[in-house]
Write a protein that binds this ligand. Structure first.
Ligand code: BMA
Length: 312
């Protein structure tokens, strides 16, 4: 049984839809803006480095792509040194009063770190600056403040393994701290190699739903799947349950074969009545979408849990 119902016309965006030359279209951040669904997708250029494009849709399934990229690596100014090798995997969080906050991975000779940018209209975008040291990836900010604090999920990309999900706090979006690890892979489990935050967390009546990715190493390379965890509404460092089973794995031909085989990877999902529309990059090559019932995902976290910290 698949909890995520794939859209029958997947993939919804491929390089053929892009008006400029790219090799891939994947790992898109998603937001609702003025009643439309905005997609900020990553594309590899034909030199292997990544940029971020923008597409928008009235129904969440049919997207129209902007004629020009939305963000390319800065070529001048104080951040150019950190974006030289590309910008990847954006996540978007709308916080009333703050606008649309975009976290993305910036690659350079100094490693990978997280940059924060902001837009109010998806026409112009302002870089706020780096919000981590190297090496860090997959940072996603909760779309609400907790008291005086912004809260984010982190994934240090370090020598220390297995790579796990951390949480950090900030009063001003720039200086983050009080960091701690809250969720780890489970040995000989579908996510045993590494896990990382995926979509911007979605608020439900029973907790924040965190759709994350988990990786399993095989003789044929790594398999990226999606799982779900539920975080306490008032204290997101407290995990109420992590589902023992995955919710999505590579099955369709374009999920199994592509730039990187056997990958489903999400950076964004949105509420759609009682459903969640989940968007995922497939095989690092195309974008797909599917829906899942919100309450079913929450039940899964609570009814079939595994230990958040990886204990057996
Ligand atoms: C991860 C990141 C993602 C990518 C995935 C599969 O480490 O690089 O951007 O989708 O690998 O290649």
């Amino acid at each position: 049984m698949s909890l995520v119902k794939r859209y029958e016309h997947n993939p919804i965006l491929t390089k053929q839809d892009i008006p400029y030359e790219v090799a891939t279209v994947h790992n898109a951040g998603i937001a609702q803006y003025n009643g439309r669904t905005i997609m900020l997708f990553r594309s590899h250029l034909t030199n292997g480095r990544s940029i971020i494009g923008k597409a928008e849709s009235e129904d969440g399934y049919h997207f129209k792509v902007d004629p020009d990229p939305f963000m390319v690596p800065s070529s001048q100014g104080e951040f150019a040194e950190y974006e030289e090798f590309g910008v990847e995997d954006p996540r978007i969080s709308y916080i009333p009063g703050d606008g649309y906050l975009i976290t993305f991975s910036a690659y350079s000779r100094h490693g990978v770190l997280i940059m924060l940018a902001r837009t109010h209209d998806f026409q112009t975008v302002e870089r706020i600056g780096p919000i981590s040291q190297a090496d860090m990836r997959n940072v996603v900010i909760f779309p609400e403040k907790f008291g005086d604090y912004y809260v984010r999920l982190d994934r240090p990309h370090s020598e220390i393994s297995p790579w796990s999900v951390w949480i950090s706090y900030s009063k001003d979006l720039i200086h983050w701290g009080n960091s701690r690890v809250i969720m780890k892979p489970v040995t000989y489990h579908w996510d045993e190699m590494k896990i990382g935050p995926g979509a911007t967390p979605i608020k439900t009546t029973r907790g924040w739903l965190n759709i994350y990715h988990g990786v399993f190493p095989t003789m044929d390379g790594s398999v990226y799947r999606l799982g779900v965890a539920l975080h306490d509404l008032n204290n997101p460092s407290r995990i109420l349950g992590v589902s023992d089973r995955w919710i999505l794995e590579p099955e369709d031909p374009w999920e199994r074969v592509g730039y990187v085989h056997n990958v489903v990877f999400t950076c964004g999902a949105v509420k759609d009545n009682d459903q969640i529309r989940i968007y995922w990059g497939a095989a690092d090559t195309v974008m797909c979408v599917g829906t899942a019932n919100t309450e079913e995902l929450v039940d899964l976290c609570l009814d079939h849990p595994r230990h958040p910290m990886g204990a057996k």
